[in-house]
Design a protein around this ligand. Structure first.
Ligand code: NAD
Length: 325
């Protein structure tokens, strides 16, 4: 296998001052991409701002002989999104790669979420994907090449207590990316979603209150974290993220999970289902009820109901493949 490189490619990584985004930016630069390191530099709950977060990462890249520029605009505004993309265009004249990664958490019970906990979360996760994504897509379309990676979450795909706001924003990445992938296919642009899992400062925002939901607490307690711990650093996500935005990868319209060293495609699947009797008469509720089992049968597919179920299936897969004893 030849090395996967990014020579001559211009990449934007949002939220690259910390955690996952930082590892993406460092590795892109190490593989010779020219990188816009964007980060607003706020807290894990989205308060405050500082140019230092992006600047420190840029310094690290330059010290290692790479090329990068810092940008401290917010992804959560139209002006900020335009400015981030313009920084790439002004410096290097194009955008080849966008990793839309910036974000933060404001957890609370569904019934208690306030506008201050909903709006900024929707802005930074959902609207930012448009604010940065649209100008980046236009620049890619002009050159006939692009790789876009949106950041979703297992909390959205599978559900996580106390994160209705976050799951709503992250779940939207699925629909958005699917459409961008379809539209982009005419212009050499791919679009995918990554569901990362990493210990990062976002953990500090995870109030344990969600354990008040008995079913959820059970899933959390059943999750097999024991062997996963050593494989939960942000850098375990980096190879998958970077492969998905490389020229070598032409896969598009997909969702991919990274969980404790297990890399897996995730998809919404539909069962063969039950077909109502021939004719123009719709089935009754009772017919639906009596055929409900067939409607729900998914064969061999698994469908995690929480991110912690996914830990369990990741470890199960790892055991089957001899990775764990
Ligand atoms: P992190 O807090 O370490 O990094 C996120 C970065 O985004 C921070 O440096 C922050 O300053 C920046 N940011 C926040 N708001 C911004 C804004 N308006 N404009 C520009 N930058 C902004 O968190 P992380 O764990 O590395 O998370 C990265 C992404 O992955 C987030 O979208 C997060 O929701 C998602 N994610 C993380 C996990 C996980 O387990 N860590 C799981 C699923 C999804």
């Amino acid at each position: 296998m030849t090395d996967i490189r990014f020579d001559g490619r211009v990449a934007i990584v949002t939220g690259a001052g910390n955690g996952l985004g930082k590892t993406y930016a460092l590795e892109l630069a190490r593989r010779r991409a020219r990188v816009v390191v964007n980060d607003l530099g706020g807290s894990g709950s989205g308060t405050g701002a500082s140019a230092m977060a992006a600047e420190l990462v840029v310094q690290e890249i330059r010290d290692a002989g790479g090329e990068a520029i810092a940008n401290a605009d917010s992804v959560a505004t139209r002006e900020g999104g335009n400015a981030i993309v313009q920084a790439a265009l002004d410096t290097w004249g194009k955008v080849d790669v966008l990793i839309s990664n910036a974000g933060f958490l404001r957890n609370n019970r569904f019934e208690d979420l306030t506008d201050q906990e909903i709006d900024p979360i929707i802005d930074v996760h959902l609207k930012a994907a448009f604010y940065v994504g649209q100008p980046a897509y236009r620049a890619m379309r002009a050159k006939g090449y692009g790789r876009i990676l949106f950041t979703g979450s297992a909390s959205a795909m599978f559900g996580h207590a106390w994160q209705a706001n976050y799951a709503a924003g992250k779940g939207a990445m699925l629909g958005l990316s699917n459409v961008v992938a379809i539209e982009g296919s005419a212009y050499g642009i791919t679009s995918n979603v990554i569901l990362p899992t990493a210990s990062s400062r976002l953990e500090a925002e995870m109030t344990p209150g969600f354990m008040e939901i008995p079913e959820f607490a059970k899933a959390f307690q059943n999750a097999d974290f024991s062997l996963a711990q050593e494989r939960i650093g942000p850098e375990f996500n980096t190879p998958l993220a970077l492969y998905l935005v490389s020229e070598a990868c032409t896969a598009t319209h997909g969702v991919y999970s990274c969980n404790s060293g297990r890399y897996a495609r995730v998809r919404i699947c539909a069962a063969e289902g039950w077909v109502s009797p021939k004719g123009s008469v719709p089935p009754t509720l009772e017919q639906i009820a009596s055929n409900f089992e067939q409607i729900c049968t998914l064969g061999e597919y698994t469908e995690p109901m929480t991110p912690y179920d996914e830990f369990t299936s990741a470890v199960k897969a790892a055991r089957k493949q001899g990775v764990y004893p």
